[in-house]
Design a protein around this ligand. Structure first.
Ligand code: Z5A
Length: 225
């Protein structure tokens, strides 16, 4: 039952980037957006949590301890989904209906990986929560930028100089969510593409473009990268 979007016809494409900390999602989302724009495709790029005024406030709550009160795990899961519902309803669904492409830095799989495999919530229940938040907004292609936990955390900390609330979680939490991502990708090979994110930035982006052309038709472009 999808009461929010009863008559939608979504002709755009949603591409998501997922993975553990420090895999280079933001970097690669930016490079892919530039590449698609260079091919004349109308592309919107955004991130989760965030991407709307409400979502950015939720992001601050989640990452920067805004309420000065420990968040319980259920509150955390619901806040990620609340940010997602707002983004889907106000930004993603209208863009897909216009026929635009979207490059999105994290989406529903992050909730399954972090709150499910990481925090221990039942993954199938989280899928129901995700579906409630997204309605019919679904990725056609998901790049899993896979990186060993320690290396990814080192990169993330080197970039920002400190650990945020979730980055500060114990290493076994990060290991569980990385394993969870790999398990999800193996179960859904038609949507996921696993990319070795330990390669240099240019090698990762070349692999992403190659996969893109294998999986999706780029309007007006003959498949050679
Ligand atoms: N979260 C959740 O729990 N549940 C949910 O449902 C959702 C999210 C949606 C969002 O944080 C947090 O929320 C996140 C998951 C959780 N956990 N934490 N913490 P965020 O948006 O601030 O951060 P992130 O998504 O985790 O991003 P990141 O891991 O910190 O970074 P990244 O986007 O993967 O990488 P980057 O910013 O592009 O690169 C990081 C650094 O590495 C930077 O200095 C780059 O120049 C460098 N880099 C990138 N690629 C390379 C390569 N290939 N070689 C060498 N160096 C590189």
């Amino acid at each position: 039952m999808l009461p929010i979007y009863p008559f939608c016809t979504m002709t755009g494409k949603l591409i998501t980037f997922e993975g553990p900390e420090g895999g280079g999602k933001s970097t690669q989302a930016r490079l892919l957006t530039e590449y698609l724009r260079s091919k004349g495709i109308r592309v919107l790029t955004t991130r989760e949590p965030g991407g709307t005024p409400t979502g950015e406030i939720i992001r601050d709550l989640l990452q920067n301890d805004l309420s000065k009160e420990p968040l319980c795990d259920a509150t955390e899961a619901l806040l990620f989904c609340a940010s997602r519902a707002q983004l889907c309803s106000h930004v993603l669904a209208p863009a897909l209906e216009r026929g635009d492409w979207i490059v999105l830095d994290r989406f529903t799989d992050s909730t399954l990986a972090y709150q499910g495999y990481g925090r221990g919530f039942d993954v199938e229940r989280l899928r129901v929560l995700n579906a409630f938040a997204t309605g019919p907004v679904t990725p056609v292609l998901t790049f899993l930028l896979d990186i060993p936990v320690q290396k990814g955390l080192e990169r993330a900390i080197a970039r920002s100089g400190n650990k945020d609330r979730i980055e500060s979680a114990p290493v076994d939490f990060h290991q569980r969510l990385r394993d969870g991502y790999l398990e999800m990708a193996r179960k859904e090979p038609g949507r996921f593409a696993i990319v070795n994110a330990t390669q240099p930035i240019e090698c990762v982006s070349a692999e992403i473009r190659r996969i893109l052309h294998t999986r999706l038709d780029i309007p007006g472009v003959v498949a050679s990268v």
